[in-house]
Design a binder for this molecule. Sequence first.
Ligand code: BV8
Ligand code: ZN
Length: 254
Amino acid sequence: MSELLNNQAKERIYGARKVAVLTGAGISAESGIPTFRDTDGLWTKFSPMELSSFEAFYNNTAIVAEWYKKRRHIIEETMPNPGHYALAEIEKKFQYFDIITQNIDGLHSKAGSNNIIEIHGNIMKNYCIDCKKKYSAKEFDTIYETSVSHIPRCNCGGLIRPDVVWFGELLPKQTIEKAFQKAEKADIFFSIGTSAMVRPASDLPITAIQNGAFLIEINMKQTHLSDYTHLQLNGPSGKILPQLLKEIEKILHD
Ligand code: BV8
Ligand code: ZN
């Protein structure tokens, strides 16, 4: 495989102290988790608004609860892929390295990454919409299986929902503020496996370049972001990231 990085990228990596990464569903595709918009994506069967919104949950609780339970069971069986593991290694090469992920699958921490900002939440966590009591995935499943018509309710009577950010919901204030701070200060910003269509996540790479970052995109194809990037690496992240790790090691050890 020819070298991924051009001289400009090598220089920027050599001098970088702060690196931030935005990941999307594409980085988990090679772990077997369907993305959202690809042809075999989750949303080909349902539209996002039908399932990933509070209204959908409130009006079709059993359907939405089942959809998340099904997705979670797929996720519980999946392992990180070489792309996740390579990122966990690349983290060690820089003084400051943060992963801002749109994914709710927890695969970055399973792969050993430390500084992870889950801006859309985590599918393993659940809480009561009334009293905010937290419920583990296991507790949720038990309540779901034993509840009347699979409407998962807290002992206070409130509905139990997944701790994820739905369309039309605000992202947790501290979490998104921290993500924008990382983007503002980044010397290098990677956008990996995201169609860059969902806001405010998709504003992060733009914020990074507006503050002088070198923007590298890793994706199978062009996205909304591609015209703004300094370097486009096209291909599966599970293949590109291990190669990128080798090239970064070479730059920083030479
Ligand atoms: C907000 C958690 C303020 C849940 C997710 C109209 C009405 C209501 C809202 C809006 C509106 N217009 C705009 C908005 C704002 C809205 C938005 O951006 N909508 C878009 C669709 C236009 N955003 C929000 O609502 C956010 N909140 O703004 O609050 C507000 C309030 C009210 C009204 C307006 C604003 C909340 C957004 C969070 C939604 N929750 N997830 C769950 O997962 O179930 S979003 C969900 O979809 C994911 O988390 C992810 O963020 C997004 C999917 O995007 P990607 O990760 O990029 O995945 P995708 O499949 O699209 O792309 C995969 C990419 O990978 C592709 O490019 C592919 O080429 C590439 N790829 C595939 N394989 C590989 C690969 N690359 C490399 N290697 C591979 N192997
Ligand atoms: Zn409750």
